[in-house]
Design a protein around this ligand. Structure first.
Ligand SMILES: [Zn+2]
Length: 272
């Protein structure tokens, strides 16, 4: 525990130093947000936790599926990088180090940690069924990472827990051990949930919108998302995976995809 605390304390102090917050723009949607956690802190936390997770995870022994995850992930990552570079967002992902893993786990789940660490559970493959639907899932997860939803969540918690106002009270917070300790505890608890962070409905919806566009840019037909989410809805009625519980209700999600996000994403899609 002591060991943990010192790692997270360092992260928390670094995070507090950006207490004035940096304003940034979410690619694709253009939404502005203020982040109290800088990229470097977020990425080091993410890298630590990803490594830790992978030491206890059982990597899939299925070569074909492992290669598929790698192939789809790379194709998406390349398309996303190209788009961001061409649209003035290169900085947003300059420290990303993409990794793609398929692990043995029966849960219907997948996630992308900040910095591009993508983990797919074998349990989701019977629902995705094909590469295009896997691309829909990975596009959604990559969108959370590119839109920095984890940093946004963490910033929100820091503001709430320390009562820190943007641009105010920076020095007093730094000189107060108590505040730093509570921020460290906060960072630790937030950090631990980076693996399966619960995002807000708004974040989920934004990840759906951006994710479809990313899939389309990588040459995957975004129209497949509708059937995929219908399969997800059917599978979740029998067993409710963790990530589904925090996702928008199935009906709303599917209708948003069909009526709002798909027409937009189709503009980026060229069949390959
Ligand atoms: Zn999500």
């Amino acid at each position: 525990m002591k060991h943990y605390k010192s790692i997270f304390l360092a992260t928390a102090v670094a995070a507090i130093l950006t207490a004035c917050g940096t304003s940034s723009t979410v690619p694709v949607t253009g939404r502005k947000h203020r982040l109290l956690v800088d990229d470097a802190s977020m990425l080091s936390l993410s890298t630590q936790q990803y490594k830790q997770y992978m030491t206890q995870a059982k990597v899939s022994t299925d070569k074909q599926n492992t290669q598929m995850v790698e192939r789809v992930g790379r194709r998406l990552a390349n398309a996303v990088e190209t788009y961001l570079k061409n649209n003035g967002f290169a900085n947003e992902i300059q420290n990303f180090k993409w990794e793609f893993s398929l692990v043995q786990n029966k849960e219907v789940n997948a996630f992308c940690m900040p910095g591009g660490k993508i983990v797919v559970y074998e349990g989701i493959l019977p629902v995705t069924k094909d590469e295009t639907s896997l691309a829909i899932v990975l596009g959604h997860e990559i969108a959370h990472a590119v839109a920095k939803h984890s940093a946004e969540q963490m910033s929100k918690q820091q503001r709430a827990n320390t009562g820190l106002q943007i641009g105010a009270g920076l020095l007093s917070v730094i000189s107060s051990d108590q505040a730093i300790n509570s921020a460290a505890t906060n960072a630790a608890s937030t950090g631990l949930s980076l693996l399966n962070l619960k995002f807000s409905r708004d974040h989920e919806s934004e990840a759906d919108r951006i994710g479809l566009i990313f899939a389309a840019m990588a040459g995957y037909n975004p129209a497949n998302a509708v059937a995929f989410w219908q399969r997800m809805a059917a599978s979740s009625s029998s067993n409710t995976p963790v990530w589904m519980r925090t996702h928008p209700t199935d009906e709303k999600r599917i209708s948003d995809i069909q009526n709002k996000f798909l027409p937009e994403a189709q503009k980026y899609y060229k069949a390959q």
